[in-house]
Design a protein around this ligand. Structure first.
Ligand code: PHE
Length: 360
């Protein structure tokens, strides 16, 4: 260090003494008023720190920049001492105000325990897996018209799902006069997220690679495996020359990622009005606890029916595509070994807190 070391060294000692004195003075303080008085003594216009600053002028010129830096560092540290004490008094006062029911001085480790609902966790995981394949998330309304939920999806008027014992309809109708070619439409709560397929195709041209997720509603009696309100995720891919092989490899990838390892899937022929051919998907994995190595039904899927393309203004001869749908509650029950769907909706944090954060 340039200049007279003999004069600079006492400065360093003085700073360290001042900081110790500030810590000592703050330690016994319990109110903001007392803290202000101590602060004035150290940081005020006639305080200890101001005196220290003035004394820099007595140092040889070469030592002044280093001394200035040391005094500034001292000032920052002292401000930190006062800030900490201020926060401490304040949080203790808040706690007193709240009757001591919370302790705001608890460390951040406790705050980190904030967790997400297992259904949100599974939904996010599904979105994350499909985003690796280039799918993007889209949304659609929960209140729909019959056209979007049934007609556009090739579901005839006589189909049992359209019965008002199965579906929640609103009283009255809505004047639409648009895509449905009717003047008015009955409003309802959507029974599946396949409505978003239709809305997306009406809005944009192929290629399409989307995933829609959200709440769906069916008039099911509540029991361990049914709820009138649950969540679905549905995928749609439309392009030239899309085949069942593309559908199968997409689902292979999804279930392997979801179960975190070796996983087989099988597709059984099944019927959904809006796909042809249609399939139910079962998967089998060694990573599923009690359910390991058993075939488990987990999704519906198929190749988009030509009439659905027609209803959405696509040329069915020029494009092809597939769609699939999974139930979020069902996936969560399988992955976590939960045997009653109602547990997800009862908001008992002792239940909700149990699920591994690693999943999410
Ligand atoms: N929407 C169907 C259901 O709710 C699931 C499905 C989606 C089936 C896409 C085939 C293709 O049951």
């Amino acid at each position: 260090m340039p200049g007279d070391r003999g004069l600079m060294r006492p400065m360093v000692t003085k700073i360290s003494d001042i900081l110790s004195a500030a810590r000592g003075a703050v330690a016994g303080v319990t109110t903001h008023a007392d803290l202000d008085a101590v602060r004035a003594k150290f940081l005020g216009p006639n305080g200890v720190l101001r005196e220290l600053m003035k004394s820099i002028a007595d140092l040889p010129k070469g030592d002044r920049p280093a001394a200035g830096q040391a005094v500034n560092a001292c000032k920052s540290e002292m401000e930190e001492i006062f800030r900490e004490k201020f926060d401490f008094i304040e949080s203790r006062d808040v706690s007193t105000l709240l009757g001591g029911r919370i302790d705001p001085t608890l460390s951040e480790a406790c705050a980190a325990e904030i967790f997400c609902h297992p259904l949100t966790g599974v939904k996010n995981r599904v979105l994350e897996i499909f985003s690796k394949l280039g799918f993007c998330a889209v949304d659609g309304p929960e209140i729909e018209t019959e056209w979007f939920c049934f007609d556009a999806l090739n579901t005839p008027q006589s189909h049992p799902s359209r019965d008002d014992r199965d579906t929640f309809y609103f009283d009255g109708t809505l004047s639409v006069g648009n895509v449905s070619k009717r003047n008015s439409e009955r409003l309802m709560l959507r029974t599946h997220t396949s409505t978003v397929q239709v809305r997306t195709m009406l809005r944009q041209k192929p290629p399409i690679r989307i995933l829609s997720q959200g709440r769906v509603f069916r008039k099911d009696a509540i029991d361990a495996t049914h709820s009138p309100n649950f969540h679905q995720c549905e995928g749609l891919v439309v392009d030239e020359n899309v085949t069942v092989c593309d559908l199968k490899s997409t689902l292979d990838f999804f279930f392997a990622e979801l179960t975190g390892g070796e996983c087989e899937i099988r597709m059984r022929p099944s019927f959904f009005p809006f796909v042809s051919p249609g399939f139910e998907v079962d998967f089998r994995s060694g990573n599923l606890g009690k359910l390991s190595n058993r075939w488990i039904e987990a999704a519906g899927c198929g190749m988009v029916a030509p009439s659905v393309f027609g209803n959405c203004g696509y040329d069915a001869a020029a494009v092809s595509g597939f769609a699939f749908g999974v139930g979020i509650e069902r996936l969560a029950m399988l992955l976590f070994g939960v045997d009653d769907i109602r547990l997800f909706f009862q908001n008992d944090t002792r239940f909700l807190r149990q699920f591994p954060m690693a999943m999410f």
